[in-house]
Every structure is written in structure tokens, then in C-alpha cells.
Design a protein around this ligand. Structure first.
Ligand code: F6R
Length: 242
């Protein structure tokens, strides 16, 4: 495991964007596994900037996102598809036919999860998977559990996640109750994994996940076993492991 230190969120975003940019430059037809959430927003901004400066070409890039809410239309501004369009896809020359996100409108979980796992396999697997980390150690929507789920699957959101998400919706009844997520096995099969983490709120879980024991109760701890895992974090997030 490599740790790339940054003094603040701006530097973290630049450093992480440089890692993704070198992947794109060295292998223009790369398969990128992408994440939503607040952590990668700055990194996506930097990638868009590099594209606008003529330094990056996304025309052959393929992507597969980690997760999506079940039941949300892609036009819903809380869907992860919408997030990706706003923050990256609509701003670079990516071919939208090369973009993969679990289809939250497909209510048939078994079919959708099999379709998604097969789609990733037929891309030849993921070259570089980008991750954030939840305060409880979740990656994707793989919450603390008694085992590491292998494949793409459906999860019931915890009450605390529903509670945390309700501020984005007009009414709590509109908050999705379920999500599709890549499994831990899907994530671990990526050739390279890059995690971005910032802020002091992430410091305790960064310590537990990467200095503690490997356990499905802290899903991110499995990354200790990945042969090419890089954590890009700011000083605040690293403050408990200096
Ligand atoms: C997002 C995802 C989540 C987030 C995590 C951290 O696609 O899968 O696991 O990476 O919840 O979220 P932020 O970055 O908002 O702290």
C-alpha cells in the first residue's frame, strides 16, 4: 500500500487527478472504475481542466461506476448517473456508450446485478478503480457486515444512511431504500485501486482500516491485501496515522 500525502483538499485533488491522468495517457482505452460522493469532486474538476487544456482525451475511455440507488430515474438529480454527468461526463469527450452504471430503474435485482458484473467482465476488467471511504469503512455501498460480498449485489440502506440522505429529498419517503453496488470481490479484481480521503472526520476510519485488522466489519480493510493500492489523503485524514 502506498500513501500519497497532500496538505489540503486542493493538493489531494491535483495529486489524485495526476494519477488518473497518467493512466489515461499511458492507456487511452483504459477501463476506469469511478465513484461519486464529495471526495472525488475536486479530482473530477482537475480532469475536466486537463481535458480543456488539451492534455487528456477520453474518446476511448470506458467507465464503470461503483454503485447506484435503486428506484431513481437517471434524470433525478440525486441519482449517481446524474452526478457523473454533471461532474464529468458532460464536460469531456467521453462516448456515453462507453459509460456503465448500474441501472437503478431495473427492479429485477438478480438480472441487473448479473448484467452489471458481466458488463465489467466483458470490458476486460477494471484498470484503475477510484474509491472514497465512508466514516464506517464502507466502500461502494458495501457496509460493515459479517462477510465480504463477492459480486455486484443489492443492499438495503441502513436507517442512518436514509436519515443522512433525507436532506437531499423533498420528503423522507422519497429517499431510496436500496442500492446496487459492486461487491468487494468486483473491486478487488481491479488492477490498480486509488482511494481519496480528506478531512479530520475520516482520520479514525483511515487508522482503523489501514493499521487495524482485516475484517468485513471494516470493509475497506481488505484493501491492505491489494497488490496495487494507493491512498491519496490530506494531512487531516492522515492525522491519526502519522
Ligand atoms: C460513492 C460511494 C461511497 C463514497 C463514500 C464516501 O460512489 O460508493 O462509498 O465513496 O460514502 O463519500 P464522501 O466522499 O461523500 O465522503
Amino acid at each position: 500500500m502506498e500513501i500519497v500525502r497532500a496538505k489540503d483538499y486542493g493538493e489531494l485533488s491535483r495529486k489524485a487527478a495526476n494519477i488518473l491522468a497518467s493512466q489515461i495517457i499511458l492507456k487511452p482505452e483504459s477501463v476506469l472504475g469511478l465513484a461519486t460522493g464529495s471526495s472525488p469532486i475536486g479530482l473530477y474538476e482537475r480532469l475536466v481542466e486537463m481535458y480543456r487544456n488539451g492534455d487528456l482525451d477520453f474518446s476511448k475511455i470506458k467507465t464503470a461506476n461503483l454503485d447506484e440507488y435503486v428506484g431513481l430515474d437517471p434524470e433525478n438529480d440525486q441519482s449517481y448517473k446524474y452526478f457523473m454527468n454533471i461532474n464529468l461526463f458532460s464536460k469531456v469527450n467521453i462516448d456515453l456508450n462507453n459509460v456503465n452504471i448500474p441501472d437503478g430503474t431495473n427492479k429485477d435485482a438478480e438480472t441487473e446485478c448479473d448484467r452489471y458484473e458481466t458488463a465489467i467482465e466483458s470490458l476486460g476488467g477494471i484498470d484503475l478503480q477510484l474509491l472514497g471511504i465512508g466514516n464506517n469503512g464502507h466502500i461502494g455501498f458495501n457496509e460493515p457486515a459479517d462477510h465480504f460480498p463477492a459480486r455486484t449485489h443489492i443492499v438495503d440502506l441502513t436507517e442512518s444512511t436514509i436519515e443522512a440522505n433525507k436532506r437531499f429529498f423533498a420528503d423522507v419517503s422519497l429517499v431510496p431504500r436500496q442500492a446496487y453496488t459492486m461487491g468487494i470481490g468486483t473491486i478487488m479484481k481491479a488492477k490498480k485501486i486509488v482511494m481519496v480521503a480528506n478531512g479530520e472526520k475520516k482520520a479514525p476510519i483511515i487508522k482503523e482500516a489501514f493499521l487495524g485488522k482485516i475484517t468485513p466489519q471494516v470493509p475497506a480493510s481488505i484493501l491492505q491485501l491489494h497488490p496495487d493500492f494507493t491512498l491519496v489523503a490530506d494531512e487531516a485524514a492522515l492525522s491519526m496515522i502519522q
